[in-house]
Design a protein around this ligand. Structure first.
Ligand code: NAD
Length: 497
């Protein structure tokens, strides 16, 4: 029998009373693996009410005790790392190696959450006036919520709720309706780690449920990760309802290849960064910008890309898995067709791809275009598939100008052996995460995930110190104590009794 995915409300994994259910499918077969309820308004209201109630107790728990919950959670996540990765593989189709990376990058954020006290230190200035000191207190906000995408079912929820909760808030998570199972497992382990009833709640659904969260007066912050149009909508709607919002959106990440780069490094890194995880990473390299004579390497790139074969999550020879859904596959194939029709040269065409024994999976083979220009839809749109488009320019200045004209600014990289070129690139580029001979420069959680421009709506980014600022409020105290109020000896003795 197909399992129905529970809600997690008020410390209980419970069945929804909803009349509307969504099929969760295995992307390698399109078989239905679970039924997901679209939570009712009453269920969402109950989750928020329970989170509000839990907040009043949780914010009074000592910061070191909140940190200890995160330490135990980190330990449990590590202990269950491999079975979490298997579960995640089954619902996303990701090969096991990618799934393990997904879980691991989330664990690293939990480690940062265990270090919460040092990130919640305020500031003090003594003697701002005679006998007067000023200092700041960093305090939690209340009920925070998170809305997550399908492509990192462990890492992205873990970007959000551990730091928010460690800072003293409570949290309502609405995971992607396409991959809800990993979130439920994350919640089970969080409970085992000693998280009190109500600090984390999970509700399921799609736009309708998100709209209910965005409008609810008791939700203080909204953290969103997903596609561009939805990020923009969430930011505008959330801020209209006076929420603090951080919305991480889609991208078009360029890698610049200088002629003095190491060819083998360029080719192997470009292949992994473009088709790895079927290109379904917000930091995937989807545009290669060849400067000058480096364009000769496109032939080598084509040979290496052609060796990459998709396959099932537990097939050790597979380079990557299927796309998440039939709709996603159809969209990628439509864009490949548009690329051909608009005049790009399709060096490698993955639109007719099969995997033995899995005829119904959402497979797309590695696809490479050269001769691409900026007016083509394969350049302008985030494809979110194993498709790499190549452009050619004459100089580093031209490459930088090209990237800065693109509306997105999530990640970029340069491959070069010139320190001067690398330094100019890191300084002039209008992109928030820059790699130098590193193709996918995702920062570790003591930094923050700092996408720019069309890839991010808001002010404070995910994880690191910026996330702690996002999940807290600063209170500034100005205090004056009078010398003549200091108790004399006998009074002090009395007070101590
Ligand atoms: P998506 O926007 O379709 O869905 C994300 C979440 O929003 C889901 O929980 C979904 O239920 C909800 N949602 C969908 N449509 C909605 C609507 N109209 N109104 C309100 N809520 C809605 O994204 P996806 O396909 O799950 O994820 C892939 C996208 O996420 C890609 O564009 C990728 O680049 C982006 N992404 C960005 C980052 C980043 O850090 N910038 C990280 C990972 C993924």
């Amino acid at each position: 029998m197909t399992q129905s995915v529970p809600l997690y409300i008020d410390g209980k994994f419970c069945q929804s009373q909803s009349n509307e259910w969504i099929d969760v499918t295995n992307p390698a077969t399109n078989a239905v693996i679970a039924k997901l309820p679209k939570a009712t308004d009453a269920e969402i209201a109950r989750a928020i009410e329970s989170a509000s109630h839990a907040f009043h107790q949780w914010k009074e728990v000592a910061v070191s005790e909140r940190a200890r919950v995160m330490l135990r959670y980190q330990h449990l996540l590590k202990e269950h790392h491999d079975d979490l990765a298997e579960l995640l593989s089954q619902e996303t189709g990701k090969i096991l190696l990618d799934a393990k990376g997904d879980v691991w990058r989330g664990i690293e954020v939990v480690e940062q959450a265990a270090n919460i006290a040092s990130n919640m230190m305020g500031e003090t200035v003594e003697n701002v006036a005679t006998d007067i000191d000023s200092y700041s207190l960093i305090q939690p906000l209340g009920v925070c919520c998170g809305i997550t995408p399908f492509n990192f079912p462990a890492m992205i929820p873990l970007w959000m709720f551990p730091l928010a909760i460690a800072a003293g808030n409570t949290f309502v998570l609405k995971p992607s309706e396409q991959v809800p199972l990993t979130s439920i497992r994350l919640a089970e382990l969080f409970e085992q780690a000693g998280a009190p009833k109500g600090v984390l709640q999970i509700v399921h659904g799609d736009k309708q449920q998100v709209d209910t969260l965005l409008a609810h007066p008791d939700i203080r912050t909204v953290s969103f990760v997903g596609s561009v149009s939805v990020a923009e909508y969430i930011y505008h709607t959330g801020t209209l309802h006076n929420k603090r919002v951080q919305a991480f959106a889609g991208a078009k990440n360029h890698m610049v290849i200088m002629p003095d780069a190491n060819k083998n490094q360029v080719v192997s890194n470009l292949v992994g960064a473009s088709v790895g995880a079927a290109g379904q990473r917000c930091m995937a390299i989807s545009v290669a910008v060849f400067v000058g004579e480096s364009k000769q390497w496109i032939a080598d790139l084509k040979d290496e890309m052609a060796k990459m074969k998709p396959g099932a999550w537990d097939d050790e020879s597979a380079a990557y898995g299927p796309l998440i859904s039939k709709t996603a596959k159809e969209r990628v194939i439509r864009l490949i067709d548009e690329g051909k029709a608009q005049g790009a040269l399709c060096e490698l065409d993955g639109s007719d791809c099969t995997v033995s024994g899995l005829p119904n999976g959402n497979w797309v083979g590695p696809t490479l275009f050269s001769g691409v220009t900026t007016d083509m839809s394969i350049y302008q749109q985030e494809i979110f598939g194993p498709v790499l488009v190549c452009l050619e320019v004459d100089s580093l200045d031209d490459a930088i100008a090209l990237i800065n004209r693109n509306p997105y600014g999530n990640g970029t990289s340069i491959f070069t052996s010139s320190g001067g070129a690398a330094r100019k690139f890191q300084h002039d580029i209008q992109v928030g995460q820059v790699g130098i001979n590193v193709p996918i420069p995702v920062p570790l959680p003591f930094f923050s995930f700092t996408g720019w421009r069309g890839s991010f709506y808001g002010d404070l980014h995910a994880y690191g110190k910026q996330a702690v600022r996002f999940f807290t409020e600063t209170k500034t105290v100005t205090a004056r104590w009078f010398d003549h109020d200091i108790p004399t000896g006998p009074n002090l003795t009395i007070q101590l009794k």
